[in-house]
Design a protein around this ligand. Structure first.
Ligand code: HEM
Length: 526
């Protein structure tokens, strides 16, 4: 007698398939109805006719195809400048609420409930594998513990010294390379990306990415373009931006299927984790071998190894450090290099400020080849200039949160699962908070910003604000000044002729980017 009755088995299989299909259809119907009757449609925003197509794609096509934040700015103007909350949708009825008001932003970024159960969460679990389950992606008590352990290292004088001893060397190498290939077009993104990668590698985890060697190779070879080839970096960035398929899987909560649909991405994650494991292990070995009296600068990881296991918040395990290493790499690399790119861009776009920046740099670094942190700390105008660059071109142009529960923002009830956007780019141009918002005026930051009478801390957010502000804020400003001061001092910079009369389109890919990318010609000053 056969062990299984084939017709019965087939009928059973068909029934199971039907039930699963029915459950899936009910789930989709539930998503649709939840979208259709959402109270958020009361808020101003683009018109919606509630068609099936609008539910499936929402406003994603417009948001993706236009320059960064242009549609939101248009909807905002259409709704009237007093509009505080703006609503639009994206794939499969995902609701977005853009907070256009500084008090509303304060409610989102500084909720006064405990850390154990935050009302606004990051909700980017799908990025855990890529950028690490670290400070950027974590929430609640885990985030709080990591932040308490890591924060002191960022305020450690030793970290400042590490930066001070590493950056001037690397900038000198870059300057020499630019001089060697004088007259050639320089793609700022790739060059600043290379130097920022070497800096974060050395200062954060004693790892040499050897990116500056690529710039040196470019100086010798006319046909060579600087491209960061490090497998660790490649692997992170190729997995960072979710594909449309991944977005769909995330929306339908089926992201676990990605492993089967896209095994390549899973394999590259394994390679990435091995590489980062290796970085942490080698830093640990160097830390253990360190002589008590060693004068060699300590990297961030080594400072974290020093964290007392018995102290109140304990220390981080090897796996936790591995995750944070990925986090520092992503959070600390492209952001700072983007700031440097737009600083040079602003120097060219607003030439009337160029001499003021140059005079300030020269005044404090005339007699030295290598510019140190001590001298950059005296450059008041450079500081104001960078603050203004960060206002008009904030590398992180928006912050997102998810509502974990029903929340009230500016008196409006927002359902759980809504994506909240803090549009840094637009807040930095809001006429209620800035005098002449579209003008580039570093002077507004002089004398601790006293000239800007409208100044509102939650309307200026290049490094965010509140408890989850950027832990690397001071690090980034030190680094940018150390890179930029000698470059501005030593070169006359011009926009590449290929970009004259072209207004670059700003897009958002982790940080803001220009299309076409910013290219310059740099001539050594006499
Ligand atoms: C110009 C350079 C930088 C800019 C504009 C910038 C901007 C930001 C912003 C806006 C946030 C908040 C993100 C959010 O809440 O979703 C943030 C968080 C963070 N940044 Fe930066 N950042 C810069 C450089 C750095 C550097 C150099 C590091 C580390 C070496 C770093 C590490 C972090 C970390 C770990 C967080 C998460 C903090 C937390 O949630 O506790 N950043 N950054």
């Amino acid at each position: 007698m056969p062990l299984f009755n084939q017709p019965i088995m087939l009928a059973e299989l068909a029934r199971c398939t039907l039930v699963a299909l029915l459950a899936f259809v009910c789930y989709i119907l539930w998503l649709y109805l939840r979208w259709r009757f959402s109270p958020l449609f009361r808020l101003p925003g683009p018109k919606c006719n509630f068609t099936l197509r609008e539910w499936v794609i929402g406003n994603i096509k417009i948001v993706d195809s236009e320059p960064f934040m242009a549609p939101q700015q248009r909807w905002w103007h259409e709704a009237g400048p007093r509009t505080q909350l703006l609503h639009y949708t994206q794939l499969f009825g995902r609701h977005f609420v853009c907070v256009m008001d500084a008090d509303g932003v304060k409610q989102v970024l500084s909720p006064n409930d405990g850390v154990a159960r935050p009302r606004f969460v990051k909700g980017i679990d799908h990025l855990n594998k890529v950028i690490g389950r670290g400070l950027v992606t974590m929430d609640g008590a885990d985030w709080h513990r990591h932040r308490k352990i890591i924060q002191p290292s960022f305020h450690n004088q030793l970290l400042k010294e590490a930066l001070n001893s590493c950056v001037p060397n690397l900038v000198t190498r870059m300057i020499d390379a630019w001089k060697e290939r004088e007259g050639s077009e320089i793609d700022l993104v790739s060059h600043f990306s290379a130097i920022a990668l070497d800096i974060i590698g050395t200062v954060a985890f004693s790892h040499n990415f050897r990116s500056m060697e690529l710039v040196e190779q470019w100086a010798k070879d006319d046909n060579y373009q600087v491209e960061l080839e490090d497998p660790l970096v490649q692997s992170i960035y190729s997995n960072m931006m979710p594909s449309k398929l991944k977005l769909l899987l995330i929306r339908l909560r089926l992201v676990f299927l990605e492993r089967f649909i896209n095994p390549e991405s899973h394999r590259s994650m394994v390679i990435l984790n091995r590489a980062v494991d290796d970085v942490v292990r080698r830093a640990k070995l160097r830390h253990n071998d360190r002589h008590e009296a060693s004068t060699e600068a300590k990297c961030l990881l080594q400072l974290l190894f020093d964290a007392e296991p018995g102290s109140r918040h304990g220390s981080l395990s090897h796996n936790e450090l591995r995750e944070e290493t990925k986090t520092f790499l992503v959070a600390g690399h492209e952001t700072t290099s983007t700031l440097c790119v737009y600083a040079i861009y602003c120097l060219l776009k607003y030439p009337e400020k160029k001499d003021l920046v140059l005079d300030d740099i020269k005044k404090h670094s005339q007699k030295v080849r290598r510019v140190s942190l001590e001298s950059t700390e005296r450059m008041e105008y450079l500081d104001a200039f960078l603050k203004e660059v960060l206002r008009l071109f904030p590398p992180v142009g928006m912050i997102t949160r998810h509502t974990a529960d029903w929340v009230t923002i500016l008196g409006e009830k927002i359902p759980p699962g809504t994506r909240i956007i803090v549009p840094i780019w637009l807040l930095h141009r809001h006429p209620d908070y800035w005098s002449e918002p579209e003008s580039f005026k570093p002077e507004r930051w002089l004398n601790s910003g006293q000239a800007e009478r409208k100044f509102q801390p939650f309307a200026y957010l290049p490094f965010s604000a509140g408890s989850r502000n950027c832990i690397g804020q001071r690090f980034a400003m030190w680094e940018a000044k150390l890179i930029l001061a000698p470059i501005i001092r030593d070169f006359e910079i011009k926009l590449s002729p290929s970009l004259e009369d072209v207004e670059p389109k700003i897009v958002n890919f982790i940080t803001i980017k220009s299309i076409p990318s910013i290219k310059i010609l740099a001539k050594p000053r006499q």
